[in-house]
Design a protein around this ligand. Structure first.
Ligand code: BGC
Length: 739
C-alpha cells in the first residue's frame, strides 16, 4: 500500500513537472508572439491583417475546443481568450453615448460600484444635429479614452441605422434619416475611438429601423434602396474608417436572420467590402449553430447558458457538418482585433474616466447641436438688462437624461440640467423661479395585464401653479419634450404628441404670457403644431449629455449663437411620413419598405408634402446670404471631381456658424430619383459682416446609383443641378452641370 502511495506520489510529481514544462514551452513563445503583435501604429491606418502569419501559427497551436471557446460570450460583456496562450479575453461595453456602468459578469444587475461613472455624451441625434464631422471625431476620442480607462476593448457604437419612422424608440441613439450625414459622422466617430486604441463596433447591421417586433420582423426591401439608403453608413465605416467590429442586427432581411445572413455578412460585408474584423451578434440575437457559423457570424453574444456557437457548434464540427476552416477563419478575425487593441492590464490602476476635457467635448457637441426653430421679433437671446423675472416651467428643466428606459445608459459623473445651467450662467442678474408644470408618469393597467400606460392627463394643480408663475414673469421658458423612459430601446412611440398633457400646459402658459419660449428636450421628431402656434420662440435641444444644461443656457442667453440643423424631418402629421402614409409600419412578421428610397425628406420633397420643419432646418440669431455659386467646369467625366465654390456672408450683427448643405437634383433622368439628395455639407464660422469663399468637392462617383440589373454601381450621364442651401427646403443657389 505504502509502495503504491509512493509510486502514485512519484507519478504525480513527474506529471505536474511535465505539464508545467509543456505549458511553459507553449506559453512563453506564444506570450511573446502576443506581445510582439502589439502594433506601434495607432488607429485608423492600422492594417488588421498585419499579424496574419503569426495568427496562423497561433491557430495551428490551438485545440478545436479552445477555438470554439472563443466564439461566444463567457460573460454578458466579455468573450474568452486563451490563458494557456497568453491571449486575454475581449471586453465589450455599450456605447454609443458613454461607457455603461459595470454589470455582474453573467447578469444585467448593476455591480453597484462607485468607480464606474463616466461622461454622458450627447446621444446620436444630438451629434447628428451638429453636422460637424470634426466633433464626431473628438467625441470618438473621448469615448475611446474612457473605454480604455475602464479596461474595455470594444465599444458598441456608433449606432447608424436610418431614422425610417419618426416614432422609432431608438431615434435618440441613431443619427439621422440621411445616409450621407450618417456615414460622415460615423467615419469621424469610429476614427476617434480607434485612434485611442479601442475597437469601435458599428451597429446594427442592418435594417433595424423599428423596435416593434424587432426580434422577429423580416424586412423586405429592394436591392437599390438597401444599398443606397440603409447600407451606406456601414460601407463607409468599413471602407473609410476601417472599423474593427460590426454588430449583426436582431431582425431578418429577405427571410434570413441578420446574424446568419450569408448575403449580408459573407457576400457584402466580408467579400465585397473587404471587412477583415469580427462580426458579433446583437445580445441574444443568434438563432442557430451551423447557419450562423457558415453565414458569417464570428462571436455570439448575450446568450445565457447554452450558446449556439458553443457545444452544439463543436459537435457540428466533429460531425463534419461545419468545416474547420470556417472556425479557423473566425478565430483569425477575433485575433486580428485582439492584436490591434492593446489589452488593458487587470492590475493597471483605474485612471480618471470623466475628465474636464471630456466635459468640454460634451459641451461643444451640445452647444452646436441646439436648433433654433422659431424666434418671433428676436425674443431670443434674452437681454438680461431688460428681463428681471424668469419663469422656468416643466419637468424637463430638472430631468436627467443619462439613463432611464430600457437599454444602455450611463452612470454619469455629473449632468447639468437646464435649470442648473440657467442658474450657473445667470447668477444673481435675474430672479429664476421654477415650477414643474407637468408630471412624467405612467400607470399600470391591470385589465391589460399590467401594461404601462402613459398618463395623458395634466395635473391641474401643477398647471395652475405654472400659469400663475408665468403671469407675473418677464419671460417664460417651458422645458417640454420627452425623456429616456418615453424614448427607449425595445418600444416605438405610438404617436408624435408631446406626452403627459404638455400641449395643454403650453397653451395655458402662452395664453397669459406671450413671451413664452418652448425648449424641447427630446431626441426625435415631435408634433409641434400647437407649440409652434402658441410660443414666440422655440428651440430643440436633445438628450444632450453631461453639459446639456450649460449649453442650452448659453444659447438662450446669446453666449452661443444656435447653429444646429435638424437631422430629420418633422412631419406636420404622422400620417404624412412615408411608412405611415403607405401603411407599411409596423408590419407583423414582415415589414415591406414600400417607399423604397423615399425616406425622410426624399419623400416629402418628391411627393410635395409640406413638413412642419424640413430636414436640415435651423435658424440663427444672425442671417447668412449665399451668392456666386461656381463649379470648375460645366461637363465632367465619370472619374472626375466637381470643385464647387460660393460666397457665404454673415449679414447680421452677431458672429455665427452656418451649415451649408449641398444637394443634387437630376434633370431629365431615365432612372427614378428622389427630388433631391444630400451630397455634401460644411460648417462655416463667420464673424458678423464677414464673407468667406466656401469650397466643396463632389466626386462624380458619388452620383452613381445601384443598378439592380448588373448588381453594381452605375453612373447615369446627363444634366444635374447642384443646389446649395440652408436646409433641404431652403435652396439659395443653383447651377446645372453635365456628366
Ligand atoms: C442592443 C445593443 C446593445 C446590446 C448590449 C442590445 O439590446 O440592441 O445595441 O449593444 O443590447 O447592451
Amino acid at each position: 500500500m505504502l509502495r503504491f502511495t509512493l509510486l502514485k506520489a512519484y507519478y504525480m510529481v513527474i506529471k505536474t513537472a511535465l505539464i508545467v514544462l509543456f505549458s511553459a514551452a507553449i506559453l512563453i513563445p506564444s506570450g511573446k508572439i502576443f506581445s510582439q503583435c502589439q502594433s506601434p501604429q495607432k488607429g485608423t491606418q492600422k492594417d488588421l491583417t498585419l499579424f496574419d502569419t503569426k495568427i496562423g501559427h497561433i491557430i495551428s497551436e490551438m485545440s478545436l475546443e479552445e477555438k470554439i471557446y472563443m466564439l461566444h460570450g463567457n460573460g454578458l460583456f466579455s468573450s474568452a481568450g486563451i490563458k494557456r496562450l497568453g491571449i486575454p479575453e475581449m471586453k465589450y461595453t455599450d456605447g454609443p453615448f458613454g461607457i455603461r456602468e459595470e454589470m455582474e459578469k453573467n447578469s444585467w444587475n448593476s455591480m453597484k460600484l462607485t468607480t464606474d461613472s463616466a461622461t454622458f455624451f450627447p446621444t446620436g441625434s444630438a451629434l447628428a444635429a451638429t453636422w460637424n464631422t470634426d466633433l464626431a471625431y473628438l467625441l470618438g476620442t473621448a469615448l475611446g479614452e474612457e473605454a480604455r480607462t475602464r479596461g474595455k476593448d470594444i465599444l458598441l457604437g456608433p449606432a447608424v441605422n436610418i431614422t425610417r419612422i419618426p416614432t422609432g424608440g431608438r431615434t435618440f441613439e441613431y443619427m439621422s434619416e440621411d445616409p450621407l450625414l450618417n456615414a460622415r459622422l460615423a467615419v469621424g466617430y469610429i476614427k476617434g475611438v480607434q485612434d485611442r486604441g479601442v475597437a469601435a463596433c458599428v451597429k446594427h447591421f442592418a435594417l433595424n429601423n423599428q423596435e416593434t417586433n424587432r426580434v422577429r420582423v423580416n424586412v423586405i426591401v429592394d436591392e437599390r434602396t438597401m444599398r443606397e439608403i440603409y447600407l451606406s453608413a456601414f460601407e463607409a465605416a468599413v471602407k473609410e474608417a476601417n472599423v474593427f467590429a460590426v454588430m449583426a442586427a436582431y431582425n431578418k432581411i429577405g427571410g434570413s436572420w441578420c446574424s446568419e445572413n450569408e448575403n449580408l455578412l459573407n457576400q457584402i460585408l466580408k467579400k465585397e467590402w473587404g471587412f477583415k474584423g469580427l462580426v458579433v451578434s446583437d445580445w441574444g440575437g443568434t438563432h442557430s449553430s451551423v447557419k450562423s457559423a457558415q453565414g458569417g457570424l464570428d462571436v455570439e453574444m448575450g446568450s445565457s447558458g447554452n450558446a449556439f456557437m458553443g457545444q452544439a457548434l463543436l459537435d457540428s464540427v466533429k460531425a463534419g457538418i461545419v468545416a474547420i476552416g470556417v472556425i479557423n477563419e473566425k478565430v483569425r478575425r477575433i485575433l486580428r482585433v485582439r492584436f490591434s487593441v492593446e489589452p488593458v492590464s487587470e492590475s493597471k490602476p483605474a485612471g480618471i474616466v470623466a475628465t474636464p476635457e471630456h466635459g468640454e467635448i460634451a459641451y461643444r457637441v451640445a452647444s452646436q447641436s441646439i436648433v433654433l426653430l422659431k424666434n418671433t421679433d428676436h425674443l431670443l437671446p434674452v437681454d438680461l438688462n431688460k428681463v428681471r423675472k424668469i419663469a422656468v416651467i416643466g419637468d424637463n428643466a430638472i430631468h436627467k437624461m443619462a439613463s432611464g428606459g430600457f437599454g444602455a445608459g450611463v452612470k454619469t459623473r455629473y449632468e447639468i440640467t437646464p435649470l442648473e445651467g440657467l442658474k450657473n450662467k445667470i447668477g444673481d442678474r435675474a430672479s429664476i423661479k421654477f415650477v414643474q408644470g407637468y408630471k412624467p408618469s405612467f400607470s399600470q393597467n391591470q385589465q391589460l395585464g399590467g401594461r404601462r400606460m402613459l398618463n395623458k392627463q395634466i395635473d391641474s394643480t401643477l398647471l395652475k401653479e405654472a400659469v400663475e408663475l408665468a403671469r407675473k414673469s418677464d419671460i417664460v421658458f417651458i422645458f417640454a419634450g420627452t425623456n429616456r423612459e418615453y424614448e427607449t430601446e425595445s418600444t416605438d412611440r405610438s404617436d408624435l404628441k408631446l406626452p403627459y398633457g404638455q400641449d395643454e400646459l403650453i397653451s395655458a402658459v402662452a395664453a397669459v404670457n406671450p413671451r413664452t419660449v418652448v425648449v424641447l428636450v427630446a431626441a426625435s421628431p415631435l408634433d409641434l403644431n400647437n407649440a409652434l402656434n402658441c410660443s414666440s420662440a422655440m428651440l430643440m435641444s436633445w438628450f444632450n449629455g453631461s453639459e446639456g444644461g450649460n449649453a442650452i443656457a448659453d444659447v438662450l442667453l446669446g453666449n452661443v449663437n444656435p447653429s444646429g440643423k435638424l437631422p430629420f424631418t418633422f412631419p406636420a402629421s404622422l400620417a404624412d411620413s412615408p411608412a405611415f402614409s403607405l401603411g407599411t409600419f409596423p408590419g407583423d412578421n414582415n415589414v415591406e419598405y414600400k417607399e423604397g428610397s423615399l425616406v425622410g425628406y426624399r419623400w416629402f420633397d418628391t411627393k410635395k408634402v409640406k413638413p412642419l420643419f424640413p430636414f436640415g432646418f435651423g435658424i440663427s440669431y444672425t442671417e447668412f446670404s449665399y451668392n456666386g455659386l461656381k463649379t470648375d467646369k460645366i461637363k465632367y467625366s465619370s472619374d472626375e471631381i466637381i470643385n464647387i465654390s460660393m460666397e457665404l456672408k454673415n449679414t447680421g450683427k452677431r458672429d455665427g456658424d452656418e451649415v451649408v448643405q449641398l444637394y443634387v437634383h437630376r434633370l431629365n433622368s431615365q432612372v427614378e430619383w428622389p427630388e433631391k439628395e444630400l451630397k455634401g455639407f460644411i460648417r462655416v464660422s463667420l464673424k458678423a459682416g464677414e464673407s468667406k469663399s466656401v469650397t466643396m468637392t463632389l466626386p462624380i462617383s458619388q452620383l452613381r446609383y445601384w443598378d439592380t440589373k448588373i448588381h453594381d454601381w452605375r453612373l447615369e450621364g446627363g444634366a444635374i443641378q447642384i443646389m446649395i442651401g440652408s436646409s433641404s427646403s431652403d435652396i439659395r443657389v443653383v447651377k446645372s452641370i453635365d456628366i
